[in-house]
Design a binder for this molecule. Sequence first.
Ligand SMILES: Cc1cc2nc3c(=O)[nH]c(=O)nc-3n(C[C@H](O)[C@H](O)[C@H](O)COP(=O)(O)OP(=O)(O)OC[C@H]3O[C@@H](n4cnc5c(N)ncnc54)[C@H](O)[C@@H]3O)c2cc1C
Length: 466
Amino acid sequence: MTSNTSVLKKLIEQLSSRFDSSIIILGEDVSSKYHADWSGATPCAPPVLLRPKTTAQLSQIMALCFEQDQPVVIQGGLTGLAGGATPLSGEIAISLERMQGIESIDPLGMTVTALAGTPLQVIQEAADEHELSLPLDLGARGSCQIGGNVSTNAGGTEVIRYGMTRALVLGLEVVLADGTVVTAMNKLIKNNSGYDLKHLFIGSEGTLGIVTRVVLQLQPKARTTHTALCAVKDYDSVIKLLVALKRSLGSGLTGFELMWQSYYDKVLEVSSGLSSPFGHQFPFYLLLEYIDNDQELGADRFESVLYRQLESELLEDAMIAKSLQDAEMFWQIRDGIGELLQVLGPVSNQDVSLPIAEIGVFATELEQRLKAKYPDIAILLFGHIGDNNMHVCAYTGRDEDKTRISHDIMHLIGDYSGAITAEHGVGVLKRDYLSLSKSPTEIALMKTLKEAIDPKAILNRGRVFK
Ligand SMILES: Cc1cc2nc3c(=O)[nH]c(=O)nc-3n(C[C@H](O)[C@H](O)[C@H](O)COP(=O)(O)OP(=O)(O)OC[C@H]3O[C@@H](n4cnc5c(N)ncnc54)[C@H](O)[C@@H]3O)c2cc1C
């Protein structure tokens, strides 16, 4: 018996003496669901899966793991695209899935307090019942958990107006590597009493602590949402439109989603039941969303703003959704990436950030470089362009090209001083490229923080950096 196996055996004995079989699942009884997240990282069966129901149970689990130097991987809804929640060899998996539920909604302070394992959609629906809204939305809303959203600082489709998850979090409860429970359940908008420690845990991908409870700021629910699908002739017009729409629609502009023709056509090709509302093809398609509290005035304002942009020829064509079904269809085209990833085979699926003015040039150079190296490559581009964020989906159909293509894209991002990840995080899949986006002193300070908070490196070891 190796020392690792004997440590694990001892730990399992200790855990089994404290927790019943609903919390501790061993060996082959661990379903393959927990072997990998959505990222395509190589699946790995954890020897043990732990599913605590309370913070106190999780704290006890971590204290034992700390004592035995046992590495653990934290699992939320497993929709992450950076491989952070996929177990590495020998790691125990800790799932937050049973720590779910809304603890309270404060309609006056407009806050919600929820357990970290609560699916995002459940919180959205709970807020809705109080005429409130959580301005965080992503395609994985039904499966991803709020703790996962906080830990990855998730973006989504309303960042242009409300910011990323970080901007919505007021307070957190976190379990540290040694089992210490840090309670920082702040509900105040202004609170400068000392360090604002929540920011250490937001976006640190489970490397510094396990998020167990969250306080989020809600917003009044908009009375009406107006959606339009527009056609644009070139990237220059896209940028000019963004400036013009920000000026004319102000903070009501909540969605500015760009799809390059290659992406738009591919989604329509593979998705049954979706069709283009336009009679012609265009180089770019833009999905716009505008919220207003006055139904009639809002509709008039949106229509007249779009009309002006058609007259100025920044827009080639525009279809305003006349019904909820129209709006859903437009969003299904934008969200078609979920379906594409299921059918395209081996894909380099990248989520990167660049200054908005450089995205058009970057896209052209990326296509030229990749096509010169991989003549049969297909490249699909789309993204939350209003937030500098583009997604690149590139594939040749050959598995062996996937890593090489990703490598080429990451280095081009480095050449442009962009961010190697905009919203999905570093995880394991991008950790080798971190230095393309962070300075040596930033990385050194990140490591200092990790060593101070998790001195034995048992929490999500090897994620973000080695
Ligand atoms: C179809 C689809 C669309 C998506 N769209 C978007 C999008 O628009 N914007 C976006 O940002 N992302 C998007 N994603 C990626 C993903 O949904 C987000 O990263 C999400 O925030 C992950 O949440 P999760 O609960 O699934 O976390 P997991 O995948 O389980 O984990 C992600 C990381 O967080 C850590 N973690 C999870 N829970 C906790 C916790 N409670 N405490 C500490 N660490 C934890 C894990 O260890 C891992 O490192 C999309 C994914 C899919 C499949």
